[in-house]
Ligand binder design. Structure first.
Ligand code: GLV
Ligand code: MN
Ligand code: MN
Length: 430
């Protein structure tokens, strides 16, 4: 059987542009935070597109959206694809959305080509991959994989002190959190299309990246409490300035990553809240959030230990009270070999060069890999830029990624069981 997906390049771009309208910041900056108005509007728009494509929709208690194209063997584990549509403050319009609308277009392109799925093919649109509102990344997929329990979800509060329970109910998601977790074997395979968010594909002029592993992310929250007061009258020897302690800690974070012995270690203090944040007041309290990652878990864990020790030392010397909370420490993920093979074979059929690579950014696939054989497909983005308004992926690259994704989904849908795809039973080029 020959599968020739008919990808409508103009349509995906039109839809990406329409989705970019749902934002809290003026274009080209996209800000779309969990359960805010733009997030809810984007959900309504995406669900409408899925319905138009004749997919069966379901949503769980967190708002993860499942849109299923039923196959002729609906009782078998389905093949999943998808990504997220939330966006950090002042982000671009391609991070996550390419995998959502590309996933949908891959399904539609197979429908247009007359393909009949054997296993069902399901688009999964994840809730909140970005950590913006509740401080933890991959909220939806983490819960689907059973890594975040309903009890931990109920403890979560946003910056304004509002609980996840409160805001999800307000958004209309009232289903039991106990039902969000997916059973092992729900998917036979999962594939996520995403922009690379790094420069390698563009630099090496390779149109596609097949991701073999995702680096291990971790995040810490550090709270510091010193003594505040009048900036004019508190003399320097009497100061216990929480922001000065934070400054030392932040430089420590940078130094520990730089001195880890590997270029693969990265650490960032991307969030800093100062109280009372007034020019003529000595800072009394500071909250920091620190992101630490590495492709090698043990090296990443050593940096975490160093940072925690650094906080202790700085705070003891400066007489600052402190607490360190570990928000998440996740292991890396390895791609499933059958999914990798399907991607490699699909690139071959499409006549497209690819590069095997590691993802240094995290993705919902980090958690999907815990419950299903999973791999990712990267397309280039200009200058490797992401999490910025000038993030850009070309229509041609998006359409190419979608085409190869569609071929891969077709292959995985036709796989009888986990070993059947080894024989590549159905897709033969003429
Ligand atoms: C995902 O957005 C990440 O921070 O890697
Ligand atoms: Mn992102
Ligand atoms: Mn993303």
């Amino acid at each position: 059987m020959i599968v020739r997906p008919l990808v409508d390049q103009e349509r995906i771009i039109r839809e990406l542009e329409a989705l970019a309208e749902f934002s809290d910041t003026p274009k080209p900056a996209i800000t779309r935070i969990l359960y805010t108005k733009p997030d809810l509007e984007a959900r309504a728009y995406l669900k409408g597109l899925c319905q138009e494509a004749g997919l069966n929709l379901r949503e769980d208690g967190l708002g993860n959206i499942f849109a299923r194209w039923e196959g002729s063997a609906p009782e078998l584990p389905a093949v999943g694809t998808g990504s997220h549509f939330d966006a950090i403050p002042y982000a671009g319009m391609y991070d996550g959305t390419v995998g959502v609308l590309g996933g949908l277009e891959a399904i539609r392109s197979l429908q247009r080509s007359g393909f009949k799925p054997y296993r069902s093919i399901e688009l999964l649109i994840f809730t909140a991959e970005e950590p913006t509102r509740f401080g933890i990344g991959c909220l939806g997929s983490r819960t689907l994989a059973g890594v975040l329990s309903p009890d931990s979800l109920r403890q979560l509060k946003d910056q304004e002190g509002r609980t996840l329970e409160e805001v999800r109910w307000e958004a209309g998601y009232m289903g039991p959190l106990e039902d969000v977790r997916l059973p092992q074997g729900y998917y036979s395979a999962f594939v996520e299309l995403h922009i690379e968010q790094g420069p390698l594909l563009e630099q090496e002029q390779v149109p596609l990246g097949i991701v073999t592993a995702i680096a291990a992310p971790a995040a810490l929250r550090v709270e510091l409490e010193g003594v505040g007061g009048h900036a004019g009258t508190m003399l320097m020897p009497d100061r216990r300035d929480a922001l000065c302690a934070a400054a030392e800690i932040i430089l420590g974070v940078e130094a520990f990553a730089k001195n880890s012995g590997s270029i693969n270690t990265v650490a960032t203090t991307g969030f800093c809240e100062v109280y009372p944040n007034a020019v003529n007041s000595v800072p009394s309290r500071v909250k920091l959030e620190i992101d630490i990652r590495d492709v090698e878990q043990s090296r990443r864990d050593q940096v975490i230990r160093n940072v925690i020790q650094g906080v202790e030392q700085v705070c003891t010397r400066r007489e600052i009270k402190y607490s360190v909370d570990i928000i998440n420490v996740d292991p890396p993920a390895k791609a499933g070999s059958e999914v990798l093979k399907a991607l490699v074979a699909s690139c071959g059929e499409a006549g497209v060069k690819f590069k095997l690579m590691v993802s240094r950014a995290y993705h919902d696939s980090l958690f999907m890999a815990r419950i299903a054989p999973t791999a990712m497909l990267f397309i280039p983005c200009r200058g490797g830029v992401s999490h910025r308004p000038d993030e850009y992926a070309s229509p041609e690259d998006i359409a190419r990624g979608t085409y190869v994704l569609a071929l891969t989904l077709a292959k995985l849908s036709l796989a009888e069981d986990k070993t059947a795809s080894k024989e590549d039973p159905v897709l033969v080029d003429d």
